[in-house]
Every structure is written in C-alpha cells, then in structure tokens.
Write a protein that binds this ligand. Structure first.
Ligand SMILES: NC(=O)c1ccc[n+]([C@@H]2O[C@H](COP(=O)([O-])OP(=O)(O)OC[C@H]3O[C@@H](n4cnc5c(N)ncnc54)[C@H](O)[C@@H]3O)[C@@H](O)[C@H]2O)c1
Length: 356
C-alpha cells in the first residue's frame, strides 16, 4: 500500500470487494456499513447484524469478512446470488427503533437491488418488516419463507451423512455417538433428525432450561458445556459459536467427523484446517454445510416453494461428498477445496456473463 492510499479501498481490493456503503443518520442514531463483495453470480444477499462493536474499524472488518464469506457460501450452494452483508453499530437492546430500521431500509433501497438484506444476529422479523416499508430488497419477512433454521438443520444433517459415508463406509447414523454443541434454533432441529435415525446424541448448551427440555423431548444425554470436547464421540456438531476448532479443542476431540451449523468453526482457517486433516478427521466446511438458511432466503427472492428449498438443501449431501472425496484424493484440506470450488464457479459464470 502506498502511504497516500486510502486504507479502506486498499483492504477492499485485497479482499476483492466491489462496494462499501457507509451510512450515518443523526436523527435515528443509525451508523451502518453495507458491504457488497461480489455480484458476478447475482445480487449480493446477506443478513444485517446489529452488534455493539468496540469501535468502527472492528465493525468494518467484520462486515468485510462476513460479506466475503457470503460470496463463497452462495457460490458453492449453486445459487445465483453474490455475497453481501450489513452491520448496524450499537447495542440491539437499546438502539433499535422503527425509525432506525426504516432509515436503514432507505440506504438499502439506494443500492437498487444490488444488495438484498435479511435477518442476522440482533435482528428480528419485525425489524425486517420496518426495513421492508422502505425497500423491496429484503427477505425473511413474517409470513414469507419463515424461519430458516429447519432448512439449515436439514442441510447439516445431509452433509453429516455424506461425511459419514466416506469416513465410516455408510451414511447411516444409527448407533453413531454424536455431540451437538448448542441446541438453539438449528441445534434442536438437528437433534430431532439424529435421534429419529437412532443416533446416540449428547447435547450441551449454556441455557439449562433449553438443555433439559431438548434432552427430555428427544432422549438426548446432557453434557456440561466445558466437557463437550472430552466425551467419547464419532461426530462433533458445533451449532453454537465459531472458533471452537482450535489448539485446545483439537488436542481433546476424539471424533472422526466434524459437521455442524456454526459459522467460522476453524479458529485459524489455515492452521486448524490442515491440522484436522492430519488428525484424520473429516471436516465438513462450515459455509457449505450450513447453507440451508441462505437457500431458504433464495427461495423467497425467486418465489420458489418450501419444497424446493428442502430439496436444494438435500444437495448439500452431494456437495460435501465431492469436497471430501477431492480432499482425500489430493490431500488438500476440505476448506481449501470448498473455497476453490466456489471460486471456480464464479470464474466460470463470470465468463458466461462477459459478452453482453
Ligand atoms: N439459523 C440459521 O438458519 C443459521 C444458518 C447458518 C448458520 N447458522 C449458525 O449456526 C449457529 C446456531 O444458530 P442458531 O440460529 O441455532 O442460534 P441460536 O442462538 O438459536 O442457538 C445457539 C445456541 O447455542 C447456545 N450456546 C451459546 N454459547 C454456548 C456455549 N459456549 N456452549 C454451549 N452452547 C452455547 C445458546 O444458548 C443457544 O441455545 C450460529 O453460529 C449461527 O451463526 C445459523
């Protein structure tokens, strides 16, 4: 970078972003950043997060990283969508109002469909309803495609079976010992699929009420949050936080498959992505296996049915299977294979689009 270069534009060009919109509105207290990473495949779709960032640079880094992740997720899932994301800076418990979300909606509308927004952390369907009063470029509204979590859980279940097929020679999860970390929206639906198939499921969560309700409903075994990495298991399903695959947990985990819904599961992508492979663990890349949610959003954008979303999420089986196969044939970590497959699709479709 030259001394006189703008550090934000330099970072955008390093990460391949097309456009970043900074939004500021004194009247409503809105401070937001919308990042459009790549629109080769279609409009950039990704949720809006409300978060009390420590400072504005932290918010910028987050939105740049998350929007780039959406490009890869949408590309590998075979969707005609690019990657984008928005962050609203502030504490979701105090900053939210109708006026703030409507003002944000006006900024989204200014992008004229280049960015389509949706719910993310700190945002509810009601908030999105306010956004929709100012723009049509929003999905996940009440009464539309609905909660994406069941579709996400189904995709994770399919991806887990594909990884099991390669690791254990069969995609049956009957009798498999599976540890599910986090039994919130996605985790609970996943536990349902797994117990219905006869897997031996252990669960953990920091909310004790949820934990005992889910354990009772599906006959799962309760484990304390701090002990989840040490139990005897075939499959680890992280469905709570990111970065749970790290130096500490890798020395403790006894699983041979990692397949879960959480985003950014590898604490350091390069280091831990290689280490899981060296330990003989099959890691199902997070942005591939958890794409059911965005598939559900896409169905709303296109006016497609819930049945379509379900069958598209089923394709995650084939995608994970081919990633793992390619990884085993080449000895390249699964996360790198997944990145490459997403980049290959963007490059190929980019060529189709050129001669306009
Ligand atoms: N909801 C979706 O459709 C979707 C789509 C893609 C990715 N994801 C990702 O999947 C994960 C789960 O999403 P969700 O919608 O179910 O969220 P959620 O908030 O409903 O559930 C997360 C659960 O994890 C628990 N938890 C938090 N910290 C924990 C800890 N240290 N140990 C054990 N449990 C802990 C919470 O108490 C909560 O019950 C998140 O990382 C999310 O980003 C979700």
């Amino acid at each position: 970078m030259n001394m006189n270069d703008n550090p934000i534009i330099s970072q955008m060009s390093m990460m391949g972003h097309e456009q970043v919109l900074f939004c500021n509105d004194e009247a409503t207290g809105l401070k937001a950043i919308i990042a459009v990473h790549n629109t080769v495949l279609g409009p950039a779709l990704g949720g809006t997060r409300v978060w009390a960032y420590n400072n504005e640079m932290e918010a910028l880094n987050d939105v740049l990283r998350l929007s780039r992740g959406m490009t890869y997720k949408n590309a590998i899932s075979g969707l005609n969508l690019g990657g984008g994301k928005a962050v609203i800076i502030g504490d979701a418990r105090t900053i939210k109002s109708e006026a703030l979300f409507r003002r944000f909606g006006k900024f989204v509308n200014g992008l004229a469909g280049k960015y389509i927004t949706a719910e993310d952390v700190g945002v509810s369907p009601l908030d999105m309803n306010y956004v929709s009063m100012e723009t049509q470029h929003v999905v996940g509204l009440p009464g539309k495609s609905g909660d994406p979590s069941p579709v996400t859980a189904y995709g994770v279940y399919m991806g887990m079976k594909a990884a099991a097929k390669i690791q254990f020679g069969s995609d049956s999860l009957t009798g498999k010992k599976i540890a599910v970390q986090g039994v919130g929206h996605v985790g609970e639906y996943l536990v349902k699929h797994l117990t219905e198939e006869g897997a031996l499921v252990s669960i953990t969560d920091i909310h004790e009420d949820t934990l005992s309700r889910v354990a009772q409903t599906y006959g799962a075994k309760i484990v304390a949050p701090k002990d989840i990495y040490d139990i005897d298991m075939d499959i680890y399903a992280p469905c709570a936080l990111g970065a749970t695959i790290n130096d500490d947990t890798l020395s403790r985990l006894k699983c041979s498959v990692i397949a879960g819904a959480a985003n950014n599961q590898l604490m350091e992508e390069q280091k831990h992505g290689v280490e899981v492979m060296k330990k003989g663990i099959i890691y199902a890349p997070d942005f591939t296996i958890n794409a059911g949610g965005v598939i559900n959003c896409f169905s709303e954008v296109q006016g497609l049915s819930a049945a379509w979303a379900h069958s598209k999420a089923e394709e995650i089986y084939t995608t994970i299977h081919s990633i793992v196969k390619r990884s085993q044939d080449t000895q390249i970590p699964t996360y790198q294979i997944a990145n490459k497959m997403a980049e290959e699709r963007i490059e190929a479709i980019g060529k189709v689009k050129l001669p306009r």
